[in-house]
Structure formats: C-alpha cells, structure tokens
Design a protein around this ligand. Structure first.
Ligand SMILES: Nc1ncnc2c1ncn2[C@@H]1O[C@H](COP(=O)(O)OP(=O)(O)OP(=O)(O)O)[C@@H](O)[C@H]1O
Length: 301
C-alpha cells in the first residue's frame, strides 16, 4: 500500500473549533441504556480512537455523530453543526466507513470508486485513492471477487474519495492480515498528515497504541478514560508489577522501585539462589484497558 501523503481537504474550510464535541449524549434502545452520558472532544487534525468491549456503545456513538442515528438527549456538534439537522454540504465534509459489509457488486473496483467520487464537490482522483489503499492490482476486478480484507480497503477508499475533513472508521481493520493492518495504519497517518481528522473505533489495543494521538475508553455507555495511549488510566496504572513465588504461593506487588524490591527478594533467597517465578512487568495498554473495563463492570454490579 502506498503511503504518500494525500492532499489536504480544502484549507478554507478549516476552523479552529473542535471537529467533534459531545456532551451528555444519551441513547436508549427499549429498556437498554446504550449511551449513558458520553462526553468527548476530537480536535481538528488528530487521530482519535474509541476503545471499548462489545456492546459498549461505540457504533451507536459513531452513527449518531455521522447523522445516521437519532439521539435521545445531549449536545452534539460535528464540524460545527448538529448532525440531526445538518444538510448535504455538511455531509460532503464527512467520510464514513461503517461496519456493515456492502452489497456484492458486479461493478469493478475502479467503477465503484469513480461512481462514488461523483457524489462529492471536490473528490480525490479515484486512481490515486485506489493506489493509496493498495488495490491497484484489483482496479479492474469485480467487487464481488475481492477478499474480505480487500473489500474493507475498498470501503476505506469510498470513505476518503470525497476528500473528507473528518473521517469516521468503525472497526476498519477487522479481518486484515498483519501486513495489511500496518499498511492501513500508514494510510491513516498520511491522511492525518494531510489535514484530515480521523475518529476510529477499534477492538485492537495495539491499533490505538500505534495510531491514535488520543483515545477514549467507553464502557457501558460512558467514557471511563481519556488521554494519550501512553497516559490512559493515569500514572498509577503504569506502576510496574513484581511477581514471584514464596512458599509455593504466588505473590505480587506494585512498586515504583522494582529494582529495590527485587534486590530485597534476592537477599532473602540467599547468595547464588534464584527467586522462584520472578518477573517484573510494566502494565501494557492492554493491561490498563482490562483493568478499566473490569473496574467499571464491578461498579455497575
Ligand atoms: N438497533 C438496536 N436496537 C436495539 N439494541 C441495539 C441496537 N443497536 C445497538 N443496540 C444495543 O446497544 C448496545 C450498544 O451497541 P453498539 O453497537 O453501539 O456497541 P459497540 O460498542 O459498537 O459494540 P461492538 O464492539 O460489538 O460493535 C448493545 O447492547 C447493543 O446490543
């Protein structure tokens, strides 16, 4: 997949306000409170990841922001307008890649991208977009013959061909092999470097860690953590954990001075003897995330 920077959206449209502003967003499906007061801001020009377990409310949030779903309550501003009432010009500034698979089309990849480009006032060159998502070899092939991962890349091509100021990607790399995922990350970075704001949902913690400037963790319809991937959960969450086995029992201790603790354990074990089962780990984003989700689940019990 090529990683050349795609040209920026029309700079005349760039404003200094946040690209997305959400306050106390609520949505209920029957008796189920899917969104229970979501708050977030996405700054222009950043890649913002929304993380959360199945059913947390990520897709509902994205669909409300993209104007595809109504909300019950709360304030939402996307590119300065309310998605519930914004018109066609507003929509032309958005690129939306949702989870639903598209129809298995008899059109070719190139025909599909060209047809979509015609809906937009200032589209990107379809051939350039096809190359950017790594589908040049497939340009003349019918869409129904593509693999799942290739079809997902076509979805992304259709999402960016209109030169959006703001791109929504709902679980964009599900079904990608590792190489395609890395190439896709390069593509998203190049879009950001070209001035596009990107809001993506993902289940992949490494995707958020590699790609996102900032991330929010949503659990049970609320934002439970927000920040850069390195700072999520706060400094306490990143304190190293020393684990060892003592009298046959697993022991663990969080310590800001793990070297001193290990030295103490070594002294207790005696000269030349190993401390049983000794490991020192600095919690990864995944560990922090699982703690956040777990804490939240415990709270709601
Ligand atoms: N149209 C609907 N009717 C009823 N319930 C719905 C509807 N859409 C979503 N829900 C419920 O609302 C909750 C949030 O769903 P949503 O799809 O937003 O979660 P998600 O975080 O995107 O999950 P996933 O990671 O599985 O895609 C879930 O409990 C889901 O079952």
């Amino acid at each position: 997949m090529e990683t050349t920077t795609l040209r920026a959206p029309d700079p005349a449209r760039a404003r200094t306000t946040a690209a997305v502003r959400v306050r106390d967003l609520r949505k209920r499906y029957g008796t189920h409170q899917a969104l229970d007061g979501v708050e977030l801001d996405v700054e222009r020009g950043e890649i913002f990841a929304v993380l959360g377990p199945n059913g947390a409310g990520k897709t509902t949030t994205v669909e409300i922001l993209a104007g595809f779903r109504s909300r019950d309550d709360g304030e939402v501003s996307v590119l300065g307008q309310d998605p519930a009432t914004a018109g066609r010009a507003w929509r032309a500034g958005l690129g939306v890649v949702l989870q639903d698979a598209r129809d298995l089309s008899e059109l070719t990849v190139a025909e599909t991208v060209r047809a979509t480009a015609r809906y937009y006032p200032a589209p990107r060159d379809p051939a350039e977009v096809i190359a950017a998502v790594g589908l040049q070899e497939k340009a003349g092939k019918r869409v129904r013959t593509l693999s799942g991962g290739q079809r997902r890349r076509l979805d992304v091509a259709l999402g960016i061909v209109g030169r959006p100021e703001l791109l929504f990607l709902d679980e964009p790399t599900t079904g990608f092999d590792p190489e395609a995922r890395h190439a896709f990350w390069d593509l998203v970075r190049s879009l950001r470097d070209g001035g596009t704001t990107v809001l993506l949902t993902t289940h992949y913690l490494d995707e958020a860690a590699h790609l996102a400037d900032r991330a929010a963790v949503i659990s049970a319809g609320r934002v439970v953590a927000l920040g850069t991937p390195e700072s999520l959960g706060g400094p306490q969450a990143r304190i190293p954990v020393v684990r060892w086995v003592e009298d046959g029992q697993p022991r663990s201790e969080r310590s800001t001075t793990p070297t001193a603790l290990v030295a103490q354990l070594a002294a207790t074990a005696g000269p030349g003897r190993e401390v049983d089962g000794l490991t020192v780990t600095r919690p990864s984003l995944e560990d922090v995330y699982l703690d956040l989700i777990h804490d939240r689940t415990e709270e709601s019990r």
